[in-house]
Design a protein around this ligand. Structure first.
Ligand SMILES: [Zn+2]
Ligand SMILES: [Zn+2]
Length: 227
């Protein structure tokens, strides 16, 4: 199997993350993962990048960790793709796969788009939109039991390593009822927690279009710990 971690944060870009691209590459090699999608917190999330920067400078600073990660991935044989995690309502977040950084650089209006507009824009750019941890229960989330409109998502993150079992179970039911592709991600903020979640393909995936096609079709197995 060809394992991918698809929800991961690095320390120079996400304010809450502890590990560097180098530490995650070592963890990926140790746990025999073949790929990673880097999904740092973007503008409406817990980003470490200065939001007062002009737009292009903000995006360029945001992608620095990804570029470092990609260079290391090329060197050590780990496939690395660009993703983002962006907030769209209080405590509610989306994961975006397949969006080229250039699309962000060219479209500062992304910040002001509604959820539906973001979904349409991401599709126009060739990407897909995933609902991250829809039932996450935290003190800062006012409505943990109200999931967002499923029409604005191509897939749902059903297993999230840092969620409760109950929150993950609700996400599986929500996804099943809405006939959505189910995904698993660690939401890993420290390399020590790497290796417990993600998706596994039965053939090698080394380019982003193939990854996106397989994800859209649900052509993979979920990785999650045994309880
Ligand atoms: Zn975080
Ligand atoms: Zn996350």
């Amino acid at each position: 199997m060809y394992k991918f971690e698809i929800h991961l944060h690095t320390n120079n870009c996400s304010a809450c993350a502890k590990s560097s691209p180098r530490e995650y590459i070592d963890a990926a090699l140790e746990h025999e993962y073949s790929g990673i999608v880097v999904t740092n917190h973007f503008y409406h999330g817990n980003t470490r990048v200065d939001r007062n920067l002009p737009w292009r400078d903000f995006v360029n600073a945001y992608i620095e960790d990804y570029l470092e990660f990609k260079e290391l991935g090329d060197k050590y044989g780990i496939t690395v793709f660009f993703g983002i995690e962006e907030g769209f309502a209080a405590g509610k977040e989306m994961l975006v796969y397949g969006l080229d950084p250039q699309c962000l650089l060219d479209h500062p209006e992304f910040l002001l788009m509604t959820l539906k507009e973001k979904y349409e824009f991401i599709h126009e750019c060739g990407g897909i939109c995933v609902c991250a941890h829809p039932f996450r229960d935290r003190s800062y989330i006012p409505d943990p039991n109200t999931p967002p409109n499923p029409k604005c998502f191509d897939a749902i993150e059903c297993f999230n390593l840092s969620n409760t079992i109950e929150a993950n179970e609700k996400a599986f039911v929500y996804s099943f009822n809405n006939k959505k592709v189910m995904l698993s991600g660690s939401d890993v903020h420290h390399a020590k927690a790497f290796g417990n979640a993600g998706i596994a393909f039965d053939t090698p995936v080394t380019d982003y279009p193939t990854f996106l096609e397989k994800v859209k079709k649900g052509d993979f197995k979920l990785i999650y710990p045994e309880f």
